[in-house]
Design a protein around this ligand. Structure first.
Ligand SMILES: CCCCCCCCCCCCCCCCCCCCCCCCCC(=O)SCCNC(=O)CCNC(=O)[C@H](O)C(C)(C)COP(=O)(O)OP(=O)(O)OC[C@H]1O[C@@H](n2cnc3c(N)ncnc32)[C@H](O)[C@@H]1OP(=O)(O)O
Ligand SMILES: NC(=O)C1=CN([C@@H]2O[C@H](COP(=O)(O)OP(=O)(O)OC[C@H]3O[C@@H](n4cnc5c(N)ncnc54)[C@H](OP(=O)(O)O)[C@@H]3O)[C@@H](O)[C@H]2O)C=CC1
Length: 515
């Protein structure tokens, strides 16, 4: 029997961000490995016209939870959705709910965050810093609390090249930032944002760093630990390979490439692609929860959940494998054949943007106009290239994360726990993982049927023929125009023709002779 699984039995667990990518996989694993847990409280807000209950039902009815429901058929009874909005100062939790949470919770997993790189600083501070502070305050009033696990990001200090498992101080105290967000107006915040974030690339990484400082400063008397995952990708093994449900990290760009919209990327092929499967993150997080509660380390331990130092993959290799997978498993109704160039040169990127992105988009929109339809490709391309520019920072650099605490924790696990809560990234086979990732995107994100693969392959063949035809026509038109306007081009043309003629006559002569 797994010690960690047994530890969560009978426990009341509070999860924030349970409706997010990581939160769902965390809940699923808890139900599957500790079906005798008491209850999972999840802080949820209504969204997209759905009530809390509807959101929970939708999550539990998804394919992700099929295995968990076999092991724990009464999952519906074990989940308690609590209305909350972490954007509100009091988190908008009712008094009754608050009482129950405070008196019953044993473990807190704080996953909720805004992960948008370009969020307004006020909003990012509210969610990633102030809400963390409020939750720590709540946690300090929980008599039965055994551990508080905060999910941060390995990129919270991405202004450094080598990152240790420590909290690095931010130049301005989080409390000052929180206070100033309350009275500064949006225009002033916009103006001071670049100065505040300094050498951090965006408001997300900056506020995640502030959030860690808050944990250090205000979680002093609690049993706290921080998990820092790098770029979280689809599941590796559990509950099944390739599960993913949002566009974050590489997923969106893999779709854009597979659909033939994205054909070039400013990326450094030899930079480390520090992707980490979400099930590895979840396994480590649960192991950290157990260790923190049972061992009660004297200081706040930070755990890096990264792949680069133990089993590195590189963007070039990843891109190559993604493209190879599209040969076998193409996406349906592609705009162009998937083929992408990784280049680290800005000039080449601009050239490819003009030729491979803007020109086809403009031509296609022209065709849509001609056929009486609404043009949309240039707008889509605009949004895509904006997104790419936001991600470029992360695909042109490499970082080194030390993983001493994570390795120490692995050594403390029994062989059974190492199997059930496996976070040993050295066992991951990248080629297999990437193939399953692409397949997972096709099935779970794009909801495409596998039976459509032969038709998708036919479509790609048609696109290839159109591509060759188009290029040949373009070449002939350009050549014809050049011939009409330039004596030099005509001379070159006649030289080539006469050279070919002589070359052919040379071969014809011996044959004539033989006869
Ligand atoms: C040698 C041979 C080679 C061969 C070569 C072949 C190569 C080819 C193969 C290529 C594949 C392999 C390479 C992969 C590289 C991956 C890099 C990943 C780096 C990630 C680093 C993460 C590090 C930090 C980790 C963390 O710790 S945090 C977790 C990560 N956090 C995020 O990933 C949030 C991103 N997102 C946003 O930050 C916002 O989304 C925002 C984008 C600002 C827009 O923001 P905005 O303009 O305001 O507008 P939206 O409404 O949001 O979006 C507007 C529209 O763009 C859509 N869209 C949102 N997102 C994405 C997304 N990703 N990708 C695509 N589309 C997206 C959205 O659906 C909407 O489309 P629509 O619905 O309108 O049609
Ligand atoms: N994905 C990644 O690549 C990485 C993620 N991380 C960290 O992992 C954690 C989880 O990320 P991930 O699951 O990918 O992110 P998602 O965007 O998928 O999920 C975010 C979660 O936070 C919730 N949330 C956001 N705003 C509020 C609010 N105002 N009130 C209540 N809940 C709110 C969302 O709820 P709702 O469904 O209502 O929007 C959702 O459940 C984050 O802390 C992130 O920083 C770290 C490294 C990489």
């Amino acid at each position: 029997m797994s010690t960690i699984a047994a530890f969560y039995g009978g426990k009341s667990i509070l999860i924030t961000g349970a409706t997010g990518f990581l939160g769902k996989v965390l809940m699923e694993k808890l139900f599957r490995t500790s079906p005798d847990l008491k209850v999972i409280y999840i802080l949820v807000r209504p969204k997209a016209g759905q009530t809390l209950q509807q959101r929970v039902v939708q999550i539990l009815n998804s394919k992700l939870f099929e295995k968990a429901k076999e092991v724990c058929p009464n999952v519906h009874e074990k989940i308690r959705a609590v209305y909350a909005d972490l954007n509100q100062n009091d988190l908008a939790i009712s008094k009754g709910d608050m009482q129950e949470l405070l008196s019953c919770t044993n473990i807190v997993f704080h996953c909720a965050a805004t992960v948008r790189f370009n969020d307004h600083l006020r909003h990012a501070v509210q969610l990633n810093v102030t809400a963390t502070q409020k939750l720590l305050l709540m946690a300090s009033q929980m008599p039965k609390l055994e551990a508080f696990i905060h999910i941060s990001t390995a990129f919270s200090n991405c202004n450094l090249k080598h990152i240790d498992e420590v909290i690095y101080p931010c130049p301005v105290e989080p409390k000052k930032i929180i206070d100033s967000m309350e009275w500064l107006d949006d225009a002033i915040i916009d103006e001071i944002t670049p100065k505040l974030i300094g050498d951090q690339p965006n408001t997300y990484t900056y506020t995640k760093a502030l959030g860690e400082m808050v944990v250090q400063q205000e979680g002093g008397n609690l049993n706290v630990a921080i998990v820092r995952p790098s770029i979280v990708g689809a599941t590796w093994q559990e509950p099944f390979p390739g599960w993913v449900d949002n566009l974050n990290g590489p997923s969106g760009l893999i779709i854009a490439t597979g659909k033939g919209f994205l054909r070039a990327l400013r990326a450094t092929p030899m930079a480390v692609a520090d992707v980490i499967p979400v099930d590895i993150v979840v396994n480590l997080t649960l192991a950290v929860g157990w260790y923190t509660a049972v061992q009660r380390p004297k200081s706040t331990l930070i755990y890096h959940c990264t792949s680069g130092n133990l089993n590195p993959c590189y963007w070039g290799k990843m891109g190559f494998q993604v493209l190879a997978t599209f040969e076998k498993i193409p996406f349906e109704r592609a705009f162009r054949r998937p083929n992408a160039d990784l280049t680290s040169n800005t000039f080449t990127t601009q050239y490819w943007n003009a030729v491979s992105h803007w020109a086809p988009a403009i031509i296609y929109d022209f065709y849509l106009r001609l056929t009486g339809r609404k043009p949309r490709m240039t707008k889509l391309m605009n949004r895509l290239l904006r997104t790419v520019s936001m991600l470029e920072y992360f695909i042109n650099r490499s970082w080194e994360w030390s993983t001493c605490n994570t390795e120490m924790l692995m050594s403390k696990l029994s062989p059974e726990d190492q199997r059930v809560f496996n976070f040993d990234v050295r066992q991951l086979n990248w080629l297999e993982y990437i193939e399953n990732y692409v397949l997972g995107i096709k099935k779970y994100l794009l909801k495409e049927d596998m039976a459509g693969i032969p038709e998708a392959k036919q479509h790609l063949k048609r696109l290839r023929n159109i591509h060759y035809l188009f290029n040949t026509a373009l070449f002939l038109i350009a050549w014809r125009l050049l011939m009409a306007r330039s004596q030099m081009a005509r001379n070159v043309w006649f030289f080539i023709v006469s050279f070919c003629y002589k070359f052919l006559s040379y071969f014809r002569a011996p044959r004539t002779l033989k006869i």
